[in-house]
Design a protein around this ligand. Structure first.
Ligand SMILES: Nc1ncnc2c1ncn2[C@@H]1O[C@H](COP(=O)(O)OP(=O)(O)OP(=O)(O)O)[C@@H](O)[C@H]1O
Length: 533
């Protein structure tokens, strides 16, 4: 910033605040006034661009926006090797290589090709300036080490959601993304986060405060996302910390204070740390919400918003397999220039999951389940979803006692230690059936699971879409058996829609005109018939 002090504001944030506040330079963007007609506008927030950034010559309104601008610039620089005079890697390792494609230049696909590709892959986009999808990870200018890690993890080709979301996120754009369950959404936010954080840290290493926060609704999902982030970020200047309830807070805090780039957490625990002022989030540039529709629902929304308002205009990366118009509205209020990406038809179950709906009266559900588990149709390991914690405990015991099949229950009352152990034994094949509440319903990448049995219908079709999505990853075929009866009547029209969309057989009881009031777009209901009419 051209203020004549000659201080580098990136050296120390404490010093920076003292010096510049004394000089009357705005620290926060919110303290700056709006630009009048003809006045320069801040390139980051659009307020009065009172200052000129000494490193880029861009108009900026405050120190906060200067930092955001430098972050953006650092991340749009072409990756360089240690031979470059511009930047030297901190270690002997050359993290970055020049990529053959310059993403800041013209798109590698022509407009026609882009349109064709989007049409073919059912990539729908809404927004102002949207980069073309990439056909290969090598077109993204990612750190070489990250690409190596991705290859080791089996990421050879980007999935459609990754093709579109990764280049847009790397450009610093805020995104709201919906794509099928198991279609690679996690990678599509982790890859840009790791790349952006590692490059930024390479240029500006001090002080080492978190640069990104990702929130998810469950501890299990946080653990899974962190595991994946560690695999992909190995060997890069990129560390993670888990901030979730159920585990000792001191250990988690210690890790954060050691210096990390990404915090992955559930909202409650993060708010605990924020209110006690144990954690500093003022350098956070990226705010990720996995399972965004759930995170913006009542129950989580206030906490999420409390965290969001504690951050300084971060880039938003928001993902789910199910996104409603309400979520779109809230997301658009959170970031005015948001890009909306959806792959395929929104809110539909993955086509790779074959659904089988069976009409079963409540009293007969247990027996029906035992029959399936004893039959050739049982494909272990399988997840059975139920509606209550007690139900999960009772049913898992009953399965083991009656069929001899090893089953365990998992739900929110169990300790984190127990939950971890149950998941481990299930995923390594020591246990064939896990009976779960909604806790394993969203986001969990239960490798090896190809069968889901929905014993109790969840409260909404969205949750059903997520639950049956556990039976398939990356388009591999799986099956979902769902028990349905009169008690689920409110969901029957949408369930029938969902079954129809995937070509499943509709049980006779469901085709009954009493229920079959579809196909209506969700949220709309048919007019009530007049009696006697
Ligand atoms: N490009 C890729 N190449 C190979 N494997 C991939 C690729 N992208 C993701 N995967 C793997 O595919 C699996 C499913 O991905 P992921 O869990 O991200 O799906 P998702 O879209 O987040 O699903 P959900 O909505 O259920 O959370 C994971 O095991 C992940 O490691």
């Amino acid at each position: 910033m051209e203020n004549g002090s000659g201080n580098d504001p990136c050296q120390s944030s404490a010093l920076q605040e003292d010096v510049y506040q004394d000089d009357g330079i705005k620290v926060n963007s919110k303290d700056q006034r709006d630009a009048l007609v003809g006045e320069p506008k801040c390139v980051i927030c659009g307020r009065y661009g009172e200052y000129i950034c000494d490193e880029t010559d861009d108009d900026i309104c405050s120190l906060e926006c200067k930092q955001a601008l430098l972050f953006r610039v650092a991340n749009s620089l072409l990756p360089v090797c240690s031979s470059s005079p511009q930047r030297l890697p901190a270690t002997d390792e050359c993290f970055y290589v020049r990529d053959s494609v310059d993403r800041s230049g013209p798109p590698s696909l022509t407009c026609d090709q882009t349109e064709l590709l989007r049409k073919k892959l059912e990539i729908n986009v809404k927004g102002d300036v949207i980069p073309a999808p990439v056909l290969a990870f090598s077109s993204c200018g990612l750190p070489q080490k990250l690409v190596q890690n991705m290859e080791t993890a089996g990421y050879v080709m980007p999935t459609p959601v990754q093709m579109q979301a990764i280049p847009a996120a790397l450009d610093g754009q805020s995104l709201l993304v919906s794509a099928d369950t198991g279609s690679g959404k996690t990678g599509s936010f982790l890859i840009p986060i790791i790349s952006l954080c590692a490059k930024f840290r390479q240029n500006f290493s001090n002080p080492r405060k978190p640069l990104a926060v990702v929130l998810t609704p469950t501890r299990e999902l946080c653990i899974q996302v962190e595991d994946q982030a560690k695999v992909l970020g190995k060997g890069l200047p990129f560390k993670t910390a888990l901030v979730v309830g159920g585990d000792p807070i001191a250990r988690q805090l210690y890790r954060v204070q050691q210096g990390v780039e990404l915090i992955i957490g559930t909202p409650g625990r993060l708010i605990d740390l924020l209110t006690k002022q144990d954690i500093e989030l003022d350098d956070v540039k990226i705010f990720g919400l996995d399972e965004v529709d759930c995170m913006l629902q009542r129950g989580f929304r206030d906490q999420v918003m409390q965290i969001f308002t504690a951050l300084s205009q971060p880039q938003l990366l928001m993902y789910s397999a199910t996104i409603s118009q309400d979520v779109e509205k809230i997301a658009s209020c959170m970031a005015s220039d948001i890009i909306i990406v959806s792959i395929g038809k929104p809110n539909r179950p993955s086509k790779a999951v074959k659904q089988l709906a069976i009409w079963v009266e409540s009293k007969q559900k247990k027996q029906k389940l035992f029959d399936i588990l004893r039959s050739k149709h049982f494909m272990p390991p399988a997840v059975v979803y139920v509606g209550s914690r007690t139900g999960a405990d009772l049913l898992s015991d009953a399965i083991t006692t009656t069929t001899g099949i090893k089953a365990l229950s998992i739900h929110g009352v169990k300790s984190m230690k127990e939950r971890r152990e149950i998941l481990r034994s299930f995923l390594v094949g020591e246990v064939s059936v896990v009976v779960s509440t909604g806790i394993l319903g969203r986001g969990m990448d239960l490798l090896g699971v190809r069968q889901v049995i929905v014993f109790d219908m969840p409260n909404s079709i969205k949750e059903y879409v997520h639950q049956i999505g556990r039976a398939s990853r990356l388009g591999e075929e799986g099956n979902a058996i769902v028990f349905v009866n009169e008690e689920d009547r409110k969901l029957i029209p949408e369930l029938v829609d969902s079954l129809k969309s995937s070509g499943a057989v509709i049980p006779r009881e469901l085709s009954n005109s009493r229920y079959n009031v579809v196909s209506m777009p969700s949220g709309k209901h048919p007019k009530k018939r007049k009696y006697g009419g």
